[in-house]
Design a protein around this ligand. Structure first.
Ligand code: KE4
Length: 428
């Protein structure tokens, strides 16, 4: 497969942009290859600058659930553009999208729009701290909530339950307020709470972890977090930037029947344009400026273009049968890949929640970061590159999620499974 133009563009990009990309995972570093530069996309396909065609399971990391270049979204954005891209003033569209979100997610009584998932989680944590007067937060290893200082933190060593920076530039004084538990382990949460009594403002969790690969919550885990937070006066934040409107119209909280105090959203609600959001109980949200004292702001928050793309997207998702059809496609492709691995005698651990799925290169169950981190990432890299040669574009990391869209066809799915069978035979 010819990648000449992508390679040339990557060299040019590296001269002007750090690492040649505007977000690190795009650089293909963990699969040891140069990234493809994408020229255009349509439906379930993307087309690179060398004229190669791929079945796309990245979908811009989640937003493209209705497929690339959906005509309704194109028309909505074009029409809005002719009236003005942004005013820095309130518009009716913001209330329309806010009400679509509120109607879809009952735990959200009020919602604030921002421009990224990072802004959403950063703001939700500040609001939780403002509401409780507490400084510490609990997150989970392997969960990613964007790149704000409080969240680029890993567990401190040994007895020290304090967090330590997970990136240069994050002051230790910030990191120490972030405590890290293990996903699917209520015991690890209780241990942190017992040594930080009445000091924890919130627990933030991806209800379906999507940033260590796809890791579903075990039976009772989310319910346990809910009980702990209720008993301890801790605000429970579901980071549904990825799972929101993805695993069901009401997100993971609808799927698992567990109600958080706050929810963060992004990706799908922007239909491919920059949007994030955070929302929750009225009594919490009203503490946000200008109705309350917790400050948060954004020049392009709620801008007309992004609102129009989000409204058009959610109107498509609301249509009867959307998620049923998506579930059938997702099951077919995830099970097909798992069966292909089995036939090739290559062990993978396959997970799926709705249209989020992952093939872990692991002989044993993956249920948290320690077990995910044992995966054979070299073998994954060979699989990834083999699939790319076969015209299938997966996320360039073992620790990411694959996304199915409404536009993936049975032909796409059959081709994907055939490609996987070929790749597993090659690496077995
Ligand atoms: P953004 O700031 O990238 O819009 O959202 C951060 C974020 C927050 N919460 C969750 C659950 C997320 O998955 C993300 C971002 N997801 C990654 C994909 N693993 C974005 C891809 C990238 O960083 O380029």
């Amino acid at each position: 497969m010819n990648h000449e133009r992508s390679s040339l563009l990557f060299q040019q990009a590296k001269a002007a942009i750090p690492g040649g990309v505007n977000s690190p995972v795009r650089a293909f570093k963990s699969v040891g290859a140069d990234p493809l530069f994408i020229k255009k996309a349509s439906g379930s396909h993307i087309y690179d600058e060398d004229g190669n065609t791929f079945i796309d399971y990245v979908g811009s990391w989640g937003p493209m659930i209705v497929g690339h270049c959906h005509p309704d979204i194109i028309i909505a954005v074009q029409d809005t553009m002719t009236s003005g891209a942004s005013f820095g003033a309130p518009t009716e569209r913001e209330t329309v999208l806010a009400n679509l979100v509120i109607d879809a997610v009952p735990s959200i009584e009020m919602v604030r729009m921002v421009s990224s998932g990072t802004e959403a989680t950063m703001s939700a944590i500040r609001l939780a701290r403002g509401c409780t007067g507490r400084d510490k937060i609990i997150k989970f290893s392997g969960c990613y909530h964007g790149h704000s200082d409080s969240l680029l933190v890993k567990a401190g060593s040994g007895a020290a339950t304090f967090g330590v920076p997970d990136s240069p530039g994050v002051p230790a004084d910030f990191a120490k307020h972030t405590l890290t538990a293990e996903f699917n382990s209520l015991e690890s949460v209780s241990a942190l709470i017992s040594t930080n009594k009445d000091a924890i403002a919130c627990i933030i969790v991806e209800p379906v972890a999507g940033n260590m690969g796809t890791v579903p919550p075990r039976e009772g885990f989310l319910e346990g977090l809910r009980d702990i937070c209720t008993n301890e006066g801790i605000i429970l934040i579901f980071d549904e930037v990825m799972s929101g409107f993805r695993v069901s119209y009401g997100g993971a909280q609808e799927l698992y029947g567990v109600t958080p105090d706050m929810t963060t959203l992004g990706k799908i609600i922007g239909g491919g344009l920059p949007v994030g959001a955070f929302g929750g109980k009225r009594e919490i949200m009203e503490k946000l400026s200008p109705s309350g004292g917790v400050y948060q702001a954004g020049t392009l928050s709620g801008n007309p273009l992004a609102m129009s793309a989000g409204i058009a997207t959610l109107n498509i998702l609301k249509q009867p049968g959307f998620y049923k059809t998506l579930e059938e496609k997702s099951r077919a492709v995830a099970e097909g890949i798992a069966n292909a691995a089995k036939k090739a005698g290559y062990p993978i651990y396959s997970t799926r929640v709705g249209s989020m799925f992952c093939a872990f290169f692991s002989k044993s169950e993956v249920y948290d970061w320690p077990s995910a981190s044992q995966c054979d990432t070299k073998a994954f890299a060979s699989y990834f590159l083999g699939m790319l040669d076969e015209g299938v574009y997966l996320a360039p990391s073992q620790f990411e999620t694959a996304f199915v869209s409404a536009t993936h066809t049975s032909i796409d799915i059959d081709k994907t499974i055939e490609a996987a069978a070929k790749c597993f035979k090659m690496i077995a």
